[in-house]
Design a protein around this ligand. Structure first.
Ligand SMILES: [Zn+2]
Length: 427
């Protein structure tokens, strides 16, 4: 078979030699798991049609170009794969769906299940796939550097409940940004920012008092981000959504434009300001590598203190920094990976202990130290220029340090070395 195929190739080789000889892959080798999955084509857009009743979905994946596809599907039961050629042969190796030489959008039909460890569809009705669990909900590349546009449609929402999710995300976002929340929600508008973005809040039964307290300044905070950093990337309407995560989980998750806040944290203004800020860093500017986690969490921890200070007053800001100091001391005593490890995607953010409070708090104090030298207003402008330069693209923490130097002349490397590169504590 091989020699005859070669002859055929030679006959047509004149007109499309490059395509046939260098790009056309060996089907079986790719399906057998050979060839670097990192060489697979990137995702351009992900369209999800989900039926909550049957827990089945159809994902239509637009690719950046034709080629070999490797998508994470570890928690899914794939039932059919098609593209412009029709039904496609595929293989799933080590949780990765492999299809060769995909033409046109790849359409994957599949089933999914509930997950109890904050790694997919949760028993409480919402989803969490951060950091790399998107393969429990839809076929994906979990690397935040590979941004995708999204559309989402949910059917089978239980009677009497509502589903809160973005029908469309028109700008490139990290895979972990996408989520939905299903529950008995009440919505209140908090008003509109100067740029025209409506800010709202959704609470669950008996949740209004906490929701109102936690979002008292949220419209003003969002307005401050827009004015200080630049235009928001993910739509004209945003909201904080209360979710039931279960015991021991606290805080929020940057599921823009409808970010989630654990029911028990709904009264906490810092949590709301923090998740809102991820619209600019973490989601708006994506992480180039997992090692750049501090560019997301450190930057938004700093920005939320700045924004609440600006709109709620200096006493509020002082209280936040006092709380941050306690959290920093605890994080240093507990230890873990350095806040900003060297390398690129060599670390497992969970197993290698990068997901501690160190990147959050050392990151916040890094910016505070820089602001003490260059001025806080000046630093706001640097961060804003950085956002506008890297909006909807991946970027690194080193690029932020370079931007501070370029814009202010101040070399923040010694502060970064002392706070972010250093390993603390017993772990
Ligand atoms: Zn965060």
């Amino acid at each position: 078979m091989a020699p005859r195929w070669l002859i055929g190739l030679l006959l047509v080789g004149v007109s499309c030699a490059a395509e046939a000889t260098s790009d056309e892959p060996d089907d079986d080798a790719w399906l057998d798991g050979k060839g670097d999955a990192a060489s697979a084509v990137n995702v351009a857009a992900t369209h999800l049609d989900v039926d909550l009743g049957s827990r089945t979905a159809v994902a239509t994946i637009e690719l950046e170009k034709y080629g070999n596809v490797a998508l994470e599907v570890g928690g899914l039961t794939v039932t059919d794969v098609t593209d412009d050629r029709g039904h496609r042969r595929y293989r799933i190796i080590g949780g990765t769906l492999r299809v060769t030489w995909v033409r046109g959008p790849l359409v994957v039909s599949y089933g999914f299940t509930e997950h109890a460890q904050a790694d997919g569809l949760l028993p409480g009705g919402s989803t969490v796939i951060w950091p790399y669990f998107c393969g429990n909900l839809f076929p994906c590349h979990s690397q935040p550097a590979d941004g995708s546009r999204f559309s989402l449609n949910l059917d089978g929402v239980p009677a009497g409940q509502s589903a809160i999710y973005p029908a469309e995300i028109k700008a490139d976002a990290p895979p972990y940004m996408l989520a939905w929340a299903v529950g008995t929600y009440t919505r209140a508008s908090l008003g509109t920012t100067a740029a025209g973005t409506e800010v709202a809040v959704y609470w669950l039964p008996r949740g209004e008092t906490a929701a109102r307290a936690g979002t008292r300044h949220l419209r003003a905070v969002f307005d401050w981000y827009e004015r200080t950093l630049g235009p928001y990337a993910f739509g004209r309407e945003v909201a904080a959504v209360s979710v039931v995560w279960g015991e021991g989980l606290y805080g929020g998750m940057e599921h823009h434009p409808y970010w989630h806040v654990a029911k028990d944290a709904m009264s906490d203004e810092v949590t709301h300001a923090h998740e809102a800020a991820h619209g600019w860093f973490g989601d708006g500017v994506r992480l180039r590598c997992w090692e750049d986690f501090v560019l997301s969490e450190g930057t938004v921890s700093y920005l939320s203190a700045r924004a609440l200070g600006a709109v709620a007053g200096p006493t509020m800001e002082a209280t936040i920094w006092a709380d941050y100091q306690v959290e920093l001391d605890d994080a240093i005593a507990t230890g873990g990976a350095p806040a900003w490890p060297t390398g690129c995607n060599q670390i497992d953010i969970i197993r290698d202990d990068l997901f501690t409070n160190l990147p959050y708090m050392q990151g916040a104090f890094f910016y505070k130290d820089v602001a003490a030298v260059v001025g806080a207003d000046q630093l706001d402008q640097v961060i804003g220029r950085f956002y506008r330069a890297h909006k909807n693209q991946p970027a690194s923490m080193q690029a932020m340090i370079d931007a501070i130097k370029a814009d202010t002349g101040f070399d923040a490397t010694p502060i970064a070395t002392a706070r972010l590169r250093k390993r603390f504590g017993p772990r």
